[in-house]
Ligand binder design. Structure first.
Ligand code: 0GY
Length: 301
């Protein structure tokens, strides 16, 4: 399969937003290099290489200090690129891996030592084949004693069918990208209310308030350099940040895998933060306290 998506922004702008000291980009990826870490044969898309060095340079440009690197489906259950990045991060990156039910205890322990603190279950139909729930439940039981959590990715219309599975999980559960709401629907309509209820009723469920560039219906900025893009996502993200300030995370999603419409300027994405978390106190929770609690608990205040 040839690369089938756009390369990431070659020259992201420096954001106007000043992140608080210790800020964590809690959702980003590394891919390849393909020659060393081949992509999974069962993948649904092929990204271009996105190296740890490029990720760490972006971190510095944006004024962040740490990364949470998340395994994406294009690498399947082969976490070597992720582990390599963690091991070369000087302790400044932790990870979310993807594991199979038959993963050995030794492999889990090695991942933990490298900085993995969670596993990801993907329910987005365009990205993965169906994985039986009982297998995922078994994986959750395996990783719970390590203190890991489960990251879940799904689309809003699938939440009713996943509700019972998510709410029975024995760990913290982090939902990617606000549960992918359809932002053309009202923020107080039944679909998003269901998501708010999920977090409201289950104190172990968290949400990433990331990826306005994926969720926006109004689309990319009309002009290069325009800093007013993706505003239709703001009410959704802001509602979750304000209702659950202790259970939200933010990430760039660099290098924006499988995004077909456009490639966002990561500086512009960072400038989105004060719109969804206006008060400095909210920003500190979103970018520092919450990710530290989940990924570096031994250092968290
Ligand atoms: C993201 C979003 C996407 C891809 C993946 O694991 C993945 O391949 O998560 C997507 O296509 O929406 O968070 O990277």
């Amino acid at each position: 399969m040839d690369p089938d998506w756009l390369p990431f922004h070659p020259n992201p702008s420096r954001p106007a937003f000043r992140a608080p000291a210790g800020a964590v980009d809690a959702h980003c990826h590394v891919f390849g290099p393909q020659a060393r870490f081949p992509f999974a044969p069962e993948r649904k898309y092929t990204p271009c290489d996105a190296s740890k060095e490029q990720l760490f340079a972006l971190r510095d440009l944006l004024g962040f200090e740490r990364n949470v690197i998340v395994q994406a489906t294009c690498h399947g259950n082969d976490n070597r690129a992720l582990l390599d990045a963690l091991q070369h991060s000087n302790g400044k990156a932790r990870g979310v891996a993807s594991v199979a039910r038959d993963v050995s205890d030794a492999a889990l322990e090695a991942m933990h030592a490298a900085g993995v603190r969670g596993t990801r279950f993907n329910f987005v139909r365009r990205l993965v084949e169906f994985t039986p729930r009982e297998m995922l439940a078994e994986i959750a039981q395996r990783i719970a004693p390590l203190g890991w959590h489960v990251v879940v990715y799904f689309e809003a219309q699938d939440l009713p069918g996943l509700w019972d599975f998510f709410t029975a999980l024995p760990t913290v559960v982090v939902v990617d990208h606000l549960g992918r709401p359809d932002v053309r629907k009202p923020v107080d309509g039944p679909e998003f209310e269901r998501f708010v209820k999920l977090l409201g009723e289950h104190p172990n469920i968290w949400s990433k308030v990331s990826c306005p560039e994926r969720l926006s219906a109004s689309g990319p900025p009309a002009l290069e350099g325009e800093r007013n893009a993706y505003r239709d996502v703001v009410p959704f993200a802001r509602r979750i940040v304000e209702a659950f300030p202790e259970r939200v995370l933010w990430g760039t999603d660099w290098p924006h895998p499988n995004l077909k419409s456009h490639m966002p300027d990561d500086g512009l994405l960072a400038d989105f933060i004060p719109h969804i978390a206006p008060a400095p106190e909210l920003q500190r929770k979103l970018l520092v306290d919450n990710p530290m609690h989940l990924y570096w608990p031994e250092e968290a205040k």
